[in-house]
Design a protein around this ligand. Structure first.
Ligand code: ATP
Ligand code: MG
Length: 475
């Protein structure tokens, strides 16, 4: 088990802070979308209010034929109540003007035509007011009471801009308050519903991983029926399983150790017996001469068995450490170790393509092919009815499923006894002197690489296929 540092996320790096930040960002995004039409509306009604005074002024002008006849203080009051410098009234091709005594000549003028009321124009107008700087003269244009009459107000843009800014500030203040209230409420809710239980799960996992043989750390699931409840129950079940597996593994390991010790002593005793039997074999007695070779082979077998059991016990349990390997040379080396290269009667052919590199644990995969090739050699050597041209072949093919490496021979095929327990350690052997470990180990190694080892039934001979995932192929 690795001992890398494990810790829970800090207060500001966990899920909660991400959640709050996301909520606030979303609320602000929504507020901006809402802000544009509402500021446009606010500005439109502000302008409408001013225009209404202009319309009243127009009514006065309608009633009084001569502008000069209107008392100055009345026109000033009208202009002041609209905040305007001048009001222009256009009707039937004529225009009349009332203006403040000290009216300035307009600088850069910007027109707000209130006859155009589509949302885009209003929004564009509002943005223009916000960005426009406020030093311009505003010309508000609208319809008068009478048909085809027009009212125009001329005034400084500054008051409009000031009010629009004040509105925007209030809007954002309120948005901020809404965002804060929503974020806090959601945070409390989500933290109760999700973050706290997820934290409990995380803490349990961290603690359990440190001491998986401590049963008191196994999580006790709550009664929740939602996804988190399922996760809690599944985690609990997994921890239970792991706990029993570890306990079982320890017992097995203890047993294995005992077996290894007994086996070790047995092998030594057998070796002494072998020495004795060798000496006995030198005796001249014909009866001894008849029995001695059988005694010697029996002892050889027994020692061989004890040795392979010891080797299996030492077999590395470490996961494969993959690296780039040339498949053709890997198989060539395996054939050499299986004593197939240069064999007096068996022809060996390596069908792996040149320069096919794969990403595997070279030692472990070599072991797989040594076992398969050795089995093929042993089967061919043991045949009673000699085969015409004994041969062992390795064929490689690539498909979507991955890389398939087949080991074939034209020997007698698998005996029925071997088929029944193929790949089961100590059980699969159907051969005198066999331990029944070769295929079991080979399958274990292939599966650790994410692949499969299969026996493919054939009318004659034997075919084993190693399939490695397509991702192991490098080039
Ligand atoms: N190519 C083959 N042709 C015929 N029989 C085979 C072939 N490969 C395996 N077998 C049979 O399958 C059995 C199991 O093989 P396995 O390699 O697991 O064990 P083993 O060869 O008996 O012992 P070990 O490899 O541990 O020394 C063998 O005993 C043999 O009978
Ligand atoms: Mg074998």
């Amino acid at each position: 088990m690795t001992a890398e540092p494990r810790f829970l996320p800090g207060r500001f790096s966990g899920l909660s802070i991400k959640l709050i930040a996301t909520i606030i960002a979303v609320i602000f995004a929504v507020e901006i979308v809402v802000f544009l039409p509402s500021i446009a509306n606010y500005r439109a009604s502000w302008l409408d209010d001013r225009l209404r005074v202009g319309v009243v002024a127009a009514r006065v002008l309608d009633a009084v034929p001569d502008v000069m006849a209107i008392p100055r203080n009345l026109t000033d009051r009208l202009l002041n109540s609209a905040g305007a410098d001048a009001i222009v009234y256009r009707r039937e091709g004529q225009s009349q003007l009332i203006e403040l005594a000290d009216a300035q000549t307009p600088t850069v003028a910007v027109t707000a035509d209130m006859r155009l009321r589509d949302p885009m124009t209003l929004i564009a107008g509002a943005i223009d007011t916000l960005l426009g700087g406020g030093g311009r003269t505003l010309r508000i244009v609208g319809e008068g009471d009478l048909n085809s009459s027009l009212v125009e107000l001329l005034m400084s843009e500054r008051p409009l801009r000031r009010d629009v800014f004040a509105y925007s500030r209030d809007f954002f203040l309120i948005s901020l308050i809404i965002a804060a209230i929503t974020a806090v409420t959601l945070y409390v809710l989500v933290s109760r519903l999700f973050i706290r239980p997820v934290r409990r799960l995380t803490e349990n996992m961290l603690a359990y991983r440190q001491a998986p043989e401590n049963a008191s750390l196994i999580i006790i699931p709550s009664q929740r029926r939602d996804e988190i409840g399922i996760v809690e129950r599944e985690l609990g079940a997994m921890e239970q399983d792991l706990f029993s597996m570890l306990r079982q593994r320890r017992h097995l390991a203890d047993l294995g150790l005992a077996v290894a010790k007994i086996n070790h002593d047995l092998r030594n005793t057998l070796t002494s017996a072998q020495l004795l039997s060798d000496q006995v074999a030198t005796l001249d007695d014909p009866e001894v001469q008849r029995l001695a070779p059988r005694l010697v082979t029996t002892l050889d077998k027994a020692i061989g068995f004890a040795q392979s059991v010891l080797d299996y016990g030492r077999e590395s349990a470490a996961p494969p450490v993959p690296g780039p390997v040339d498949l053709r040379s890997l198989i060539e080396d395996a054939a050499f170790d299986a004593r197939l290269v240069g064999h007096p009667s068996i022809a060996f052919s390596n069908g792996a393509p040149e320069r096919l590199r794969i990403n595997v644990d070279a030692a472990q995969l070599a072991r797989v092919f040594v076992n398969l090739l050795k089995n093929a050699r042993e089967a061919l050597e043991a045949v009673t009815a000699p085969v015409a041209a004994p041969a062992v072949r390795v064929e490689v093919s690539r498909s979507d499923a991955g890389l398939t490496i087949a080991v074939l021979d034209n020997g007698p095929g698998l005996p029925p006894r071997a088929r029944a327990n193929l790949f089961v350690a100590f059980e699969g052997s159907a051969r005198a002197g066999g331990t029944g470990l070769g295929l079991a180990i080979a399958r274990e190694q292939v599966e650790a690489h994410g692949g499969q080892l299969q026996w493919i039934e054939q009318p004659a001979g034997t075919r084993f296929e190693v399939t490695l995932p397509a991702s192991t192929v490098l080039a």
